[in-house]
Ligand binder design. Structure first.
Ligand code: PEP
Ligand code: CO
Length: 398
C-alpha cells in the first residue's frame, strides 16, 4: 500500500488552483460573456475568506474522531439553496433542526455528534439532463442559483457569472446571521462550479498549501468524480476535508485510486465517503467498497446518503422519495458496517426546517397524491420535513 501511494505522489504533476483547467470537465456551464466571467473571477479573488483555516483544522480533528467511532456525523440541509431573502430564515431553521436531530442520535448512540450543514453555499447542481422540456418548449436546465435562474424562461437559463458574486455575499450574510445567533455551524457544498471555487482559493498561513475558503467541507458529486477529470484535480490540492459521493457504478479499485489521489498521505479526518446506492442496491455495493478500503489500510469517514439512490417520480411528475426507503437504506448501512467490522460514521440528509411536503411516508402517511405544488418548495430534490427528520433519527436505532 505504502509503495503504491508513494508512487502516486511522485508521479503527480504540480497542483495549482487552476491546474483543473487543463482537464476534461463535466457539468460545467458555458458562459456566453467570457469578459464578464473574467471580471467576476478577478473581484472574487480579492474577497475575504468565508471560512478560516483554524476552523478546517478543527473540523478535520473532529472528523478523525468520527472515523474512530467516537463521534456521530450529521451532514444535512437543502438539495439546493436559493439566493432570495427567505433563505436566511430557512438556513436558521434548518440549522436548528440539524442540532435537534443530531441530539437524538447522540442520545441513542451515547456519543457526541458533529453537524455540517448543506448551508450557506449549496447553490450549484449537477443535472442528469442538459435540457428541460415543458409542453413544446425546451430550455437549458436549471443548474442552481449560482449558475442560472429557476424560472422557465430562456433569459433566466443563460449562465450569468454575476451570480457567483451574489452567492458569495449571500453566503457571507447567512454565516454572519447564524454566528450572530450563536449557531456556529460547519458549512459544506458540492464543489461543482470550479471558476467560483478557484477564485475563492486562499493560501494557508502556515506552510505552503491552499484551501477553499467558500465552505469548510467541499464534496465531489457522483457525476463528476472521474479520476483524471477537473473536479478531482481541483479537490486534490486543497487542505479542506473532502467528501466523495459514491454511487453504485463506483468500482472498488476506482475508489482506492480516488482516495489515494485525494489523500496521498492517508491523513485521518480528510476524506468523507458518502455512499448513495438506494435501499435495493446498498447490500450489493457497500460490502465490496468497505473491504477494499480496509485491505488498503485507508482512513476514511463512512457516511450514508439514503436520499439520492431512492428518488422516484409521482404520476403527476413530482420528484419524491419514500420515507421507508430512506429508513431502509440507513438501517442497512449501519448493519453492513457492523458485519464488516467497520465504523459507520454518520448520515448525509436532505432536509429543511420548513414545513414542506416533498417526501412521502412517515407517520403523517403522506402519499403520492399529496405531493403537489402545495408546500412542495424544493428547487431540486425532495427533502425531509422536520417531523420526518425526527422520525428517521428515532427509528434508525430502535
Ligand atoms: C446532491 O447531493 O444533491 C447530489 C446531486 O448528489 P449526487 O452527486 O450523489 O447525485
Ligand atoms: Co440532491
Amino acid at each position: 500500500v505504502r509503495t503504491i501511494r508513494a508512487r502516486g505522489l511522485e508521479n503527480m504533476p504540480v497542483w495549482t488552483p487552476d491546474s483543473w483547467r487543463s482537464r476534461e470537465i463535466l457539468q460545467s456551464p458555458k458562459y456566453p460573456d467570457s469578459q464578464k466571467l473574467l471580471e467576476v473571477e478577478a473581484r472574487l479573488s480579492k474577497f475575504p475568506a468565508l471560512v478560516f483555516e483554524e476552523e478546517l483544522e478543527s473540523l478535520k480533528a473532529q472528523l478523525a474522531q468520527v472515523a474512530e467511532g467516537n463521534v456521530f456525523l450529521l451532514q444535512a440541509g437543502s438539495c439546493a439553496e436559493n439566493l432570495s431573502d427567505t433563505s436566511f430564515e430557512e438556513a436558521h431553521s434548518t440549522s436548528l433542526l440539524l442540532k435537534e436531530v443530531s441530539s437524538i442520535f447522540s442520545q441513542k448512540l451515547q456519543k457526541p455528534s458533529l453537524q455540517i450543514g448543506r448551508i450557506a453555499g449549496q447553490f450549484a447542481k449537477p443535472r442528469s439532463s442538459p435540457t428541460e422540456t415543458v409542453g413544446d418548449h425546451t430550455l437549458p436546465v436549471y443548474s442552481g442559483d449560482l449558475i442560472n435562474g429557476r424560472e422557465f424562461h430562456s433569459m433566466a437559463r443563460i449562465p450569468d457569472p454575476e451570480r457567483m458574486e451574489r452567492a458569495y455575499f449571500h453566503s457571507a450574510q447567512t454565516l454572519e446571521r447564524l454566528r450572530a445567533r450563536h449557531q456556529q455551524v460547519f458549512t459544506s457544498h458540492e464543489a461543482l462550479l470550479l471558476p467560483y471555487e478557484q477564485s475563492l482559493t486562499r493560501v494557508v498561513d502556515r506552510g505552503s498549501g491552499y484551501y477553499a475558503s467558500s465552505a469548510h467541507l467541499l464534496w465531489i458529486g457522483n457525476r463528476t468524480r472521474q479520476l483524471e477529470n477537473a473536479h478531482v484535480e481541483y479537490a486534490r490540492g486543497i487542505e479542506n476535508p473532502v467528501g466523495l459521493k459514491c454511487g453504485s457504478d463506483l468500482k472498488p479499485d476506482e475508489l482506492l485510486r480516488l482516495i489515494e489521489r485525494l489523500n496521498p498521505r492517508n491523513r485521518s479526518g480528510k476524506i468523507v465517503l458518502i455512499t448513495r446506492f438506494g435501499s435495493e442496491s446498498i447490500g450489493l455495493c457497500l460490502p465490496a467498497l468497505i473491504r477494499a478500503v480496509q485491505r488498503a489500510g485507508l482512513s476514511v469517514v463512512w457516511s450514508c446518503d439514503p436520499m439520492h439512490g431512492n428518488t422516484y417520480s409521482t404520476a403527476s411528475g413530482y420528484k419524491t422519495r419514500h420515507f421507508e426507503n430512506i429508513l431502509a437504506e440507513a438501517r442497512s448501512f449501519f448493519a453492513i458496517h457492523r458485519t464488516e467490522g467497520s465504523i459507520a460514521g454518520g448520515l448525509h440528509l436532505e432536509l429543511t426546517g420548513r414545513e414542506v411536503v416533498e417526501c412521502t411516508g412517515g407517520s403523517a402517511q403522506i402519499d403520492d397524491s399529496q405531493i403537489s405544488g402545495d408546500r412542495y418548495e424544493t428547487l431540486c430534490d425532495p427533502r425531509l420535513n422536520p417531523e420526518q427528520a425526527r422520525e428517521l433519527a428515532n427509528q434508525i436505532f430502535l
